[in-house]
Design a protein around this ligand. Structure first.
Ligand SMILES: C[S@@+](CC[C@H](N)C(=O)[O-])C[C@H]1O[C@@H](n2cnc3c(N)ncnc32)[C@H](O)[C@@H]1O
Length: 321
């Protein structure tokens, strides 16, 4: 098959690599010392800063995770060339550089790693929290660092609360709430692998407590069960994927289904409780007007960390009931 005509030429790729390497060095100089002092091992070094180099680079304690939003313009050699430039610029050896190709999916669907994906894991710090990460897995690493400041917020709100962490992934928010003094915590995800990972993260932080439950379930099915049992929470973090298959109900689409989902969450919340809702759908269209709540406040500017150039990497709201 012929190459698409618009592949970048080798000369152009060299030029991209050079300006990219300079940019990375500057960003590293700007961010690394400050994050090291704060015991933050994972941060975003490069976020499509240069239009020709549509990549993101995350620093994971001396490792680099480089993602390319695949385009026709870049051939198969482009990402390895960019990665080599990054490694040389920051003195990171090739075995500590991990490449992830993301298809730009028009509907923003995120692919999560398959449970059977293996690979070497290691521990990273986020201030006084610790998390297991695994950079070998297909796309995700175990930690969404764009939610670093959201975790601080949940931690600050958690004291004495009964906390529901829905779509919990590897339980990073459960760890934050535990450190903040939550009275009880329910960590819910439909993936057995992520529930096991969440348990490991809680153990790693020495915050095991019999009042912390881990539930492998479809979120909406579990909400129904909680409702039937009459159980109530006083704080929830709800961070659903943009799209997901639901048990017996067809596809969940955050843009269409978030009001319905939030109503279900509210039905298991006590009077005076708080729900923090977040999405990383890049074209999210909030439809909150019919929700019966006391107040809704967008938190996004406060929850995006300074190292993220994309100030809408996620959006977040505090909903008081
Ligand atoms: C965006 S991630 C959540 C990230 C997490 N809040 C964090 O910051 O660490 C979405 C998670 O939802 C889980 N998930 C997807 N569909 C689900 C469903 N129907 N019920 C429960 N969990 C689901 C996935 O396994 C994944 O772990």
């Amino acid at each position: 098959m012929d190459k698409p005509k618009h592949y970048v030429t080798a000369g152009k790729a060299e030029h991209h690599a050079e300006i990219f390497a300079n940019r990375l060095k500057n960003r590293y100089r700007h961010l690394a010392r400050r994050f090291r002092r704060a015991h933050i091992d994972v941060f975003r070094l490069y976020d499509r800063d240069i239009p020709e180099v549509r990549a993101v680079v995350d620093w994971y304690k001396g490792h680099l995770v480089i993602g390319e939003y695949v385009r026709l313009q870049t051939g198969p050699e482009w990402l390895p060339r960019i990665a080599k430039a990054a490694g040389e610029a920051l003195n990171v050896p090739p075995d500590k550089i991990f490449l992830k190709r993301r298809q730009t999916q028009s509907r923003g669907e995120v692919r999560y790693a398959r449970a059977e994906d293996k690979g070497k894991r290691f521990v990273v710090s986020e201030r006084d929290l610790k998390f297991w990460v695994n950079l070998d897995r297909s796309l995700d690493t175990g930690l969404f660092s764009d939610h670093r400041e959201t975790r601080v917020l949940i931690r600050e709100m958690a004291r004495g609360r009964d906390f529901l962490n829905l779509y919990a992934y590897t339980g990073a928010f459960s760890c934050a709430a535990a450190k903040g003094g939550a009275k009880s915590i329910v960590t819910v995800d439909r993936s057995a692998a992520y529930i096991a990972w969440a348990k490991d993260n809680v153990k790693l932080n020495n915050i095991n407590d019999p009042a912390y439950e881990f539930v492998r379930s479809d979120a909406e099915a579990y909400l129904q069960r909680l409702r039937q049992e009459g159980r109530r929470f006083t704080l929830a973090f709800v961070d659903p994927p943009s799209f997901s298959q639901r048990r017996g109900k067809g596809r969940f689409d955050i843009n269409c289904h978030h009001p319905e989902l939030l109503q279900k969450v509210f039905s298991v919340m006590a009077q005076g409780s708080t729900v923090v809702f977040s999405t990383n759908h890049q074209r999210f269209d909030p439809k909150f007007s019919r929700l019966k709540v006391n107040s809704i406040q967008e938190l996004t500017p406060a929850t995006i960390p300074e190292d993220y150039r994309n100030k809408l990497i996620h959006r977040s709201w505090r909903i008081d009931l």
